[in-house]
Design a binder for this molecule. Structure first.
Ligand SMILES: C[S@@+](CC[C@H](N)C(=O)[O-])C[C@H]1O[C@@H](n2cnc3c(N)ncnc32)[C@H](O)[C@@H]1O
Length: 355
């Protein structure tokens, strides 16, 4: 049976500490289930030459296409084929339309870690009825729009930036005006500094003459040639209450909803979540039916949440009540990990049934 050894990114070990192998194994199982051409016969951890690896066993050798998918694992640093005592390196080639500083420059309290964000995007895209879309952002093909990802609690845009890296269209909704302004400043400066061809417009967000907040619309091309040829991507950010999402986006216009829900705890001196009137449970209960309206049939939603303020069964019920089907296979039940003393974060992935 073919075996592969994966070295975990040192930064992932810092984020998840001793849980990073478990999260990587769950992610591998999801890739195996949804896109790999061969079956995943098992995953394990092993120390080779004093270094820890996650081991992937497969029915058949990995194809080039399989390696292309696995290149996007959120915490893989290097991939090797195990040959007896020896490790043969396989080249990872992740989809990354831009420099990684798009995801790392912004540092602020309450940021969702960028590796975790990639994990959430991956699991959600893989759960849709078009899991191959994960690689389609960079090359959507003639006449097709790239996948469209929505983060309806967008903060300062970590999900939007990961979507840009993958070549997806992205929409964010966020109520905090400071987050909007910080993201607008960051993205405009970053696009200019990197000399990326784009247009950016911002201004008041209005509906039926009422001012709801602010909006930012960015259209860009991964290269100058792509921009000139009209092969562009969009980032749209609405600074308003997420309960208005269905007034802003067309029904069924989103392929994947990816979001890190408020933790219901204070972040440093800024009581950002407490300053909001709704608890995470109330917020999700009200918002999930709204979000589901803009999610296409066959699309998927991935949400992370603090288990100290919302438990898995409760959130499962909220998702089910909104008409979604929660993914319950074993890999999806091993994703809980500690963020800090007051946050034990878990993930639920749910599908919008095809009909
Ligand atoms: C855990 S944070 C998301 C952080 C984001 N992923 C990032 O990396 O910047 C949750 C966000 O939900 C926002 N939020 C809470 N209630 C909201 C509402 N009713 N409408 C829109 N955004 C809301 C909060 O302001 C907060 O920024």
């Amino acid at each position: 049976m073919p075996e592969y050894a994966i070295l975990i990114l040192p930064s992932a070990n810092r984020v998840y500490t001793d849980t990073s192998p478990r999260l990587l194994r769950a992610e591998l199982a999801a890739f195996g289930d949804r896109v790999l051409t061969t079956t995943v016969t098992g995953t394990d951890t092993r120390t080779i030459g004093g270094v820890d690896y996650v081991i992937l066993g497969t029915g058949e050798p990995l194809s080039e296409e399989d390696v292309a998918y696995l290149s996007n694992l959120s915490s893989a640093y290097a991939l090797f084929e195990v040959r007896g005592e020896l490790l043969r390196p396989l080249t990872l080639d992740p989809v990354a339309l831009f420099d990684s500083d798009l995801l790392t420059i912004q540092k602020y309290t309450g940021k969702t870690n960028e590796l975790f964000t990639r994990l959430l995007v991956n699991l959600t895209m893989l759960a849709t009825d078009r899991p191959a879309d994960l690689l389609r952002g960079a090359r959507p093909g003639d006449g097709h729009r790239p996948p469209h990802v929505l983060d309806p609690l967008a903060g300062r845009g970590t999900t939007l930036n990961q979507a840009m890296m993958y070549g997806f269209d992205a929409t964010g909704v966020e109520t905090d005006g400071k987050d909007f302004e910080a993201y607008e400043r960051f993205l405009k400066t970053w696009l200019r500094t990197k000399r990326i061809k784009h247009s950016a417009e911002s201004g008041a967000l209005r509906r039926n003459k009422a001012r709801l907040g602010q909006r930012l619309d960015v259209t860009y091309g991964a290269t100058k040639e792509a921009y000139r040829a009209g092969d562009t991507r969009r980032v749209t950010y609405y600074n308003t209450d997420t309960l208005r999402t269905d007034e802003l986006l067309r029904p069924g216009s989103v392929d994947a909803i990816v979001t890190d829900a408020p933790y219901g705890v204070r972040h440093g001196s800024k009581a950002r979540d407490e300053s909001l009137s709704r608890s995470p449970r109330e917020l999700l209960a009200a918002a999930l039916p709204v979000w589901t309206r803009v999610l296409r049939r066959g699309g998927a939603l991935g949400v992370s949440y603090n288990t100290y303020v919302l438990d898995r069964d409760e959130l499962t019920t909220l998702l089910t009540d909104a008409g979604l089907t929660v993914v319950t296979d074993p890999a999806h039940t091993t994703l809980a990990h500690r963020v800090d003393q007051s946050i034990l974060r878990d993930v639920l992935i749910a599908r919008n049934p095809a009909s």
